[in-house]
Ligand binder design. Structure first.
Ligand code: VG1
Ligand code: CO
Length: 547
């Protein structure tokens, strides 16, 4: 029997433009009648050939996740999908969704998440579409979706009751089969194929090695418990804040020294007995790695991961290349040079790594925003990074901080920090960026606060695989000693604008590697103020978050 498709008339909402990673808005915005439906219909209208194919659906468990999934399933049935794979309880971390899409050769997937943004009725919600390669749709696709949202006149659904998302098994929504799957199994199996689980288990069993993983009340709890505690035998309690809550316990599930301050403090306190700490974000794609009294900067983590690939089974055969987003520090570039492999520089956002990974040009990718990953999926992957570190620690039998310090000795240190000015007025943020853009020609070659600016531009990227061009991806001010200041506006926020200022300085001399990061970067902070007039234009004297 064919279930009748119902067409519900609708009209466009303004602003349904996907940002760095999908559409993110306040829950209250998504709760408006037809809002989610319009966006999902626009995605389905942009696809072709989905008839009878499989759609993966899941999210980070935040408030509205379950409601959205039921709506999506009815619409997917109306759009002709033959099957949906849905994580039990609606749960799928972003990297696990990518793994499931790839393993089952699904047509694509809808991931419901606003990542590290707070959740709950007053928090944020988000949705994005991933392609059959498991990675976020490219700009051409998201632009087409946006176009479609602006001309939509109806969405299509079917009449069907909600299904029980909490029970594994086979269900039916109209003519579409729905499999409620274990959200962890496929992903855990994939990670097990990449790392030396025996050696990691031996490390975790040692009396002198104690680890804490902070899941920040977000999606990685079940994954970390299953992998670290059940499969690898870490003591129960290794994973803290391990139950996903719809509002993340009222917290901000962003694994950085500000929002994961408790973990950082525990690692700095010798009485805790901890030797290694890690955390992940709302949807499980970001990671933080912490040694004793030492937070590993994400850019350094990427470089260390690349430099130590020979110790990790899945990567021992060699790396085809590495890739980093433009604002990410150049530490990994030095490793690539030493390894004799290419290093690609892409705009911010994981969607730009997809074509490099698909084409076999890059094996490992990373971003300064605590995202690292590899060709095993097409998303950044928090637990992957943590297991990679554990594999390195197990083989080298050296504490994390020593590993990073030794890395600096060999390659030099790219001192790095990001300063975020959150929730500033959109008009002021645009004025600041427009002003910078207008002054670019004068800046190049000038002397500013005694620093020589060698080049200044607005980063544009041409994808080396498909030739697509992305413009206006961030203002770069490059000094003659290799230092950089980069300015960009966030594409993931939901309130006003967030200005990100990325600061980097290369220090070759080992006797100066221990200079505190902010002190080493102080001249660049001043330069940023002088060229961009941050205080003058935004009224902010200092950043809200320093990472
Ligand atoms: C931020 C990060 C970027 C990351 C993106 C999505 O984007 O800077 O590196 O890819 O979030 O990550 P923006 O536009 O706000 O700077 V996640 O973990 O929020 O999916
Ligand atoms: Co995330």
């Amino acid at each position: 029997m064919t279930t009748k498709v119902i067409s519900v008339s609708s009209a466009p909402f303004s602003g349904q433009k996907p940002g760095t990673s999908g559409l993110r808005k306040k829950v209250t915005v998504f709760q408006q009648e037809r809002y989610l439906e319009n966006f999902v219909q626009a995605i389905f209208d942009t696809l072709s050939g989905q008839q009878g194919k499989t759609l993966v659906v899941g999210g980070d468990g935040r408030y509205y996740n379950d409601v959205a999934i039921q709506t999506i399933l009815r619409m997917a049935a109306a759009a002709g999908f033959g099957r949906a794979l849905v994580g039990c309880d609606g749960i799928l971390s972003t990297p696990a969704a990518s793994a499931v899409i790839r393993k089952w050769q699904a047509f694509g997937g809808l991931i419901l998440s606003a990542s590290h943004n707070p959740g709950g009725p007053d928090g944020d919600f988000g949705i994005k579409y991933n392609l059959g390669n498991g990675g976020p749709a490219n700009e051409a696709f998201t632009d087409a979706v946006y176009q479609r949202t602006q001309e939509i006149s109806a969405y299509r659904t079917i009449e069907a009751a909600d299904i029980d998302l909490g029970r594994l098994g086979e269900f039916q929504v109209g003519d579409m089969a729905v499999s409620i799957i274990d959200p962890v199994a496929d992903y855990a199996e994939l990670l097990e194929s990449l790392f030396d689980f025996e050696r990691i288990a031996a490390l975790l069993a040692r009396a002198d090695f104690r680890m804490r993983f902070d899941a920040m009340h977000a999606v990685t709890g079940p994954y970390a418990k299953a992998i670290l505690e059940s499969r690898l035998g870490a003591p129960a309690g290794t994973v803290v804040n391990g139950t996903p809550l719809p509002d993340f316990g009222g917290g901000h599930p962003d694994p950085n020294p500000v929002y994961a301050a408790e973990l950082v403090a525990a690692l700095a306190d010798s009485r805790s007995g901890l030797s290694f700490g890690a955390a992940s974000d709302g949807d499980g794609d970001r990671n933080m790695v912490v040694g004793r009294g030492f937070v590993v900067s994400p850019s350094d983590s990427l470089a260390v991961i690349a430099a130590n690939h020979a110790l990790v089974p899945g990567y021992a055969a060699g790396l085809a290349g590495v890739a980093r987003s433009m604002p990410t520090s150049c530490a990994v570039d030095r490793v690539a040079q030493a390894l004799g492999i290419p290093c690609y520089e892409t705009p911010t956002g994981w969607k730009y790594f997809g074509s490099l990974l698909d084409a076999g040009k890059a094996t490992i990718c990373g971003e300064e925003s605590a995202g690292t990953g590899s060709s095993h999926v097409r998303e950044k992957d928090g637990l992957w990074a943590v297991l990679y570190w554990l594999n390195i620690l197990a083989v080298r039998d050296t504490p994390a901080d020593v590993i990073v310090r030794e890395h600096w000795q060999r390659f030099g240190r790219n001192v790095y920090s990001r300063h975020d000015y959150e929730g500033i007025e959109t008009a002021a943020a645009d004025r600041l960026m427009d002003g910078l853009r207008a002054r670019l020609p004068q800046l190049a070659g000038s002397l500013c606060n005694g620093l020589r600016i060698e080049a200044a531009d607005d980063f544009a990227y041409i994808d080396p695989v498909d030739g697509s061009r992305s413009e206006r991806q961030g203002i770069r001010i490059m000094l003659d000693d290799g230092s950089r200041v980069v300015f960009r506006l966030s594409g993931t926020g939901t309130e006003g604008a967030t200005l990100r200022v990325y600061l980097e300085r290369f220090v070759a001399d080992p006797s100066r590697h221990e200079v505190p990061t902010q002190e080493a970067l102080a001249p660049l902070v001043q330069l940023a103020e002088t060229v961009a007039q941050i205080a003058g234009i935004t009224g902010r004297k200092k950043p809200d978050v320093i990472s």
